[in-house]
Design a protein around this ligand. Structure first.
Ligand code: PLP
Length: 477
């Protein structure tokens, strides 16, 4: 399999090259030249596989420059019951009233209690493998407002050839999120608390990455969600969810299911788009936003209008407080018939010139063929959904999952199971859960009391030069 850019560069690249790269040189995102098709016989064969073997089957359709035995070993070592808590890895259970046909797929039982672990755990192993093969090292520089930082640090801690420099806004994460990161004592993990807001952290990362000489000399890499390997790892759980939701039902035609996905950067649901494009029988991909409804607006109207930072609401589902969805370009590229020049015009020129763009009515009409529908959810919706779900099924859902559940209910179709993807555990967002139900959600035993552990971090002003100097001092040359 080869990879091309969404902005027209057709130079074919292999998986292990794009693994360590961020954007394509022309500023686009990488996508495979085509989506391998999975027929009914293959689906039947995959149905009984353990999660790690299913991951290997799907990954090997997209990776041909890592020997199969090595890839199998990496998958087996990643998706274990020890790390993810259950033999199914992403177990599916009914939720809501019995006649609603709603299911919940648990994606948040990894080390940091959010779905980011599903991909990041594999990415850590892939990075270590590839760097060792090349005899190279990598310094990962990132900015986090909460979940990505801890998922990346837990995945990369102690790995050979990798150091992590993670910027976070001082005092602005939840105490639990902060403790998840700052309590790590591994020498290759560097937590930098920046006196400022998340955007300051993000700006520093961009400024450092744009200094090409520094980037090259200090081997700076990233782990943000535009990385194709992260997206690919997420395709697997759509298949796993489908098999569980349709198990034990023998039917002449393959049964279809729908997925509802709490969305921010469009990474999670883009993996659903890839799974559907491979032939997985998905009826609808239900995109749920919170008050930051840029994507809901696009799917309803065809206009994409990223908001300025000042227009981005701070909500009780903070991991979706995103106004510029970094993976969205991938779907638009497919929607426009993979026209790289037009994608370049929309995401390059039009965004810079007009701050947004509108696709044609004919293009907008094509969205239905991709299964996408959308909706939004507010703080009041979250509280009502968390409370009613707790009362009806005795299940506590987190605030992001509640957004998904609320919008899922608006798009239910008779006879089509609707799988809501759980993107975090309630313990990460305890204050809102308490507000909705009066119940204080406890983290799993291994993470109880982490707020009291010794913290390892340095504090810095929002200054690019200071961050660069810190990296220089802490890099083995
Ligand atoms: C990252 C995140 C999301 C958003 O996922 P995207 O892939 O960015 O769309 C939703 N919920 C939680 C809990 C997250 O951490």
């Amino acid at each position: 399999m080869k990879y091309i850019s969404t902005r027209g560069d057709q130079t074919p690249r292999g998986f292990s090259d794009i693994l360590l790269e961020g954007l394509a040189p022309d500023g686009g995102l990488y996508l495979p030249t085509h989506y391998p098709q999975v027929d009914a016989a293959t689906l039947a064969r995959w149905r009984g596989l353990p999660y790690a073997s299913l991951a290997f089957e799907i990954l090997s359709l997209y990776i041909d420059d890592i020997p199969a035995a090595d890839l199998q070993r990496l998958c087996d070592a990643t998706y274990t019951e020890t790390v993810f808590g259950t033999p199914q890895i992403t177990p599916v259970q009914p939720i809501g009233a019995a006649d609603e046909g709603l299911l919940l797929q648990a994606l948040s039982n990894g080390p940091t209690l959010a779905f980011k672990d599903m991909a990041m755990q594999l990415l850590g192993k892939l990075f270590e493998y590839e760097l060792a093969r090349r005899g190279e090292a990598l310094n990962i520089l990132g900015a986090t407002s909460g979940d990505t930082g801890s998922a990346a640090e837990y995945a990369m801690r102690g790995r050979r050839g990798i150091q992590v420099f993670m910027l976070s806004p001082k005092g602005r994460m939840s105490p639990f999120q902060q403790a998840q990161m700052f309590s790590l004592q591994d020498a290759n993990i560097h937590n930098i608390a920046v006196v400022g807001v998340f955007d300051d952290c993000q700006d520093i990362v961009k400024a450092v990455s744009n200094d090409l000489a520094f980037k090259r000399d200090f081997k700076i890499g990233t782990v943000n969600s535009i990385n194709w390997a992260r997206l690919l790892a997420q395709v697997v759980y759509y298949f796993a969810g489908y098999f569980q939701a349709t198990s034990g039902r023998v039917q002449a035609t393959p049964e279809r299911v729908s997925f509802a996905v709490p969305s921010g950067n469009f990474g999670n649901i883009c993996a659903g788009h890839v799974a559907r494009s491979m032939g997985l029988p998905i009826a609808q991909l239900v995109l749920a936003t919170n008050e930051n409804d840029v994507l809901d607006e696009f799917f309803r109207t065809g206009t994409y209008r990223p908001r300025a930072t000042a227009e981005t609401h701070e909500t009780s589902s903070p991991s979706m407080d995103i106004s510029k969805a970094s993976n969205f370009e991938r779907f638009v590229f497919d929607l426009l018939g993979r026209d790289g020049a037009r994608t370049q015009e929309l995401f390059g020129a039009a965004l810079a010139r007009d701050g947004g763009f509108t696709i044609t009515p004919a293009e907008h009409a094509r969205i239905a063929g991709y299964g996408f529908v959308s909706g939004k959810s507010t703080h009041a919706d979250r509280l009502a959904t968390i409370r009613s779900t707790w009362q009806a099924s005795g299940v506590l859902v987190d605030t992001h999952t509640a957004d998904g559940l609320k919008v899922a209910r608006e798009h239910r179709q008779k006879g089509v199971p609707m799988i809501v993807l759980e993107t975090a555990l309630p313990a990460k967002f305890a204050a809102t859960i308490l507000e909705a139900t009066g119940v204080n959600p406890e983290p799993p035993a291994a993470l109880r009391g982490i707020e009291a552990l010794p913290k390892r971090f340095v504090e810095m002003t929002a200054d690019v030069g200071a961050v660069k100097r810190y990296i220089e001092l802490n890099c083995p040359a």
